[in-house]
Design a protein around this ligand. Structure first.
Ligand code: GLN
Length: 536
């Protein structure tokens, strides 16, 4: 049996209160006291994973080192903790049922009737405990997606109750995140929704140990007392969570409210070291005191939905702080550039073409890239963005007018981006994707090599199509070179222009590996190039 301590984070009143950020901030504080901490997210929906979800549904799909397609909250966990997550950190109702049904088909239940309690809840608990059982972590924080009271999350909540019952209050605790709305007309903060939400949670047999109250105004002592009394928690376990300037301020706000101390007291945890938030504060200092400002145009398909490019936006925050520069991101709808009017790109000091799937916005991206290439504006293409750069070069430099990716036109005479023969046979959704971390070797003397400062790198992938090596010599003799290759397969991972201050396209997703304490070198150097450009 492991000695890991378990913390559950549930939500009430409404969704989108920021459970992920609270969980990540608490983890951050506990990590700063010397504990090894991981965070996992349990999502109540039936999809096996978010890989098949449209970004409009759930924002970005975050890919882990081991190739799991997961919820975007895992991105926050990694950015806050600087520790990789894996498939085990994200479990859905779909996966739980899938596992139980497979076991049933294999006869594992010996003729018994398979039921939600205990079979589904046992499988949920097995997954809750999985990361604790391997002995690598002192503390496992589990965020339960959705809101208490949702029909879908009931089995998860019941499993949480059982864990607290099994492990005892010294080893498992529940933090409930709620909203204290401010009624303008009455000029008052209202506690009733929180009271109801805690009552609803109590009906499932769970008494929350700590309440984290999201609020737009400070919680006066009187109100804290009222919440404590009505919700049956200690007064110092009513934690105020005011709206913060940035998500990266939340750990410090939670420290001020002593959330970590409450948790350590309740779980009888002795800190392993004096709390060290030095590097985090240095980052915040740089973030808040920029000495210059640049404009980056992010050209994508889902720009009305900022969550679709969450990791890219956060990577720019890390890279901006590193360069002590404020990065203004302009979200530019790729389709709006399709007719050749690229006025939206005027005034940009750098252009990033985003990852994506499907034809919508493809021609607009090509136009944006042509503009960046010809005007020598720093350009950074990620995944589909790199593929678009390859197509643009084929059409406008190599003279292959109808060149494209076979994703856009299966019968193109010049498939400069195409699918490998071996992949074509795989039909199950998600099956043909190259997912997760792959090694890449960078060629010495190239821009990419200089950016990383080394040859052997590893980056995460999520795509089906690849650069077609049959065309490589044509590209290289015209000035676009392949500077990174997969050492095992020879697949091209990085393309760059020789005669340009910064023009790099990468087949992988560097944004998935940028963290507060480890900003990604490609973003850091792209921002630096944009600062240089802004001086012209
Ligand atoms: N649609 C492209 C492919 O599957 C790019 C995917 C991406 O940008 N993530 O190869």
């Amino acid at each position: 049996m492991s000695n890991a301590k378990y913390i559950f984070v549930t939500g009430g009143v409404t969704s989108s209160l920021g459970k992920g950020i609270i969980a990540a901030s608490l983890a951050n504080l506990l990590q700063a006291r010397g504990f090894s901490v991981t965070i996992q997210k349990f999502d109540p929906y039936i999809n096996i994973d978010p890989g098949t979800l449209n970004p409009y549904e759930h924002g970005e799909c975050y890919v882990t080192e081991d190739g799991a397609e997961t919820d975007l909250d895992l991105g926050h966990y990694e950015r806050f903790l600087n520790v990789p997550t894996s498939q085990e950190n994200n479990v859905t109702t779909g996966r739980i049922y899938f596992n139980v049904i497979q076991k049933e088909r294999q006869g594992a239940f010996l003729g018994k009737t398979v039921q939600v309690v205990p079979h589904i809840t046992d499988e949920i608990k097995r997954n809750f405990y999985q990361l604790g059982d391997n002995g690598n972590f002192d503390i496992i924080i589990t965020e339960i997606g959705g809101c208490v009271g949702d029909i879908e999350s009931l089995p998860f909540i019941e499993a949480v109750r059982q864990v607290v019952w099994e492990k005892g209050h010294n080893n498992a605790l529940v933090i409930h995140l709620t909203l204290i709305p401010y009624l303008k007309s009455a000029g008052e903060l209202k506690t009733k929704p929180t009271q109801h939400s805690v009552k609803e949670l109590s009906e499932t047999g769970i008494q929350p140990d700590i309440l984290v109250c999201r609020t737009e105004h400070p919680l006066p002592m009187e109100l804290r007392k009222k919440i404590a009394l009505f919700c049956n928690v200690q007064i110092n376990s009513v934690i105020e969570a005011m709206d913060a300037e940035t998500i990266y301020d939340v750990p410090l706000l939670m420290k001020k409210e002593k959330l970590d101390e409450r948790v350590m007291t309740k779980l009888k945890l002795i800190p392993k070291q004096e709390i060290d938030l030095g590097p985090w504060k240095t980052f915040l200092g740089k973030l808040k005191n920029p000495s210059s400002e640049i404009n980056i145009g992010l050209v994508g398909k889902y720009v009305e939905l900022k969550d679709a490019y969450k990791s890219i936006a956060e990577s720019f925050i890390h890279a901006g702080a590193m360069n002590e520069t404020k990065v203004n991101l302009s979200w530019i709808k790729a389709e709006s550039l399709a007719d050749g009017d690229i006025s939206a790109l005027e005034g940009m000091h750098g252009i990033l073409v985003a990852p994506g799937f499907g034809e919508r916005g493809f021609e607009g991206k090509i136009n944006a890239i042509r503009f960046a290439r010809e005007k020598k504006i720093p350009f950074f293409g990620i995944c589909l963005g790199m593929q678009c750069a390859v197509v643009e070069f084929a059409r406008n430099v190599l003279g292959l007018k109808d060149a494209t990716s076979t994703e856009m036109d299966a019968n193109t005479p010049d498939p400069v981006i195409s699918m490998l023969e071996a992949q074509k046979k795989i039909t199950q959704l998600g099956g043909s994707m190259r997912l997760g971390a792959y090694p890449c070797n960078l060629k010495k003397g190239t821009k990419a090599y200089n950016v990383y400062g080394k040859s052997a790198i590893s980056e995460r992938h999520r795509h089906r199509y690849e650069f077609n090596n049959d065309y490589l010599s044509k590209y290289e003799s015209a000035g676009m070179i392949a500077s990174g290759f997969n050492p095992e397969t020879g697949l091209v991972e990085v393309m760059e222009l020789k005669d340009h201050p910064f023009f790099i396209g990468v087949q992988f997703h560097p944004e998935l590996k940028s963290t507060v304490l480890n900003p990604h070198p490609l973003f850091v150097n792209f921002v630096a190039a944009a600062i240089e450009f802004s001086k012209n």
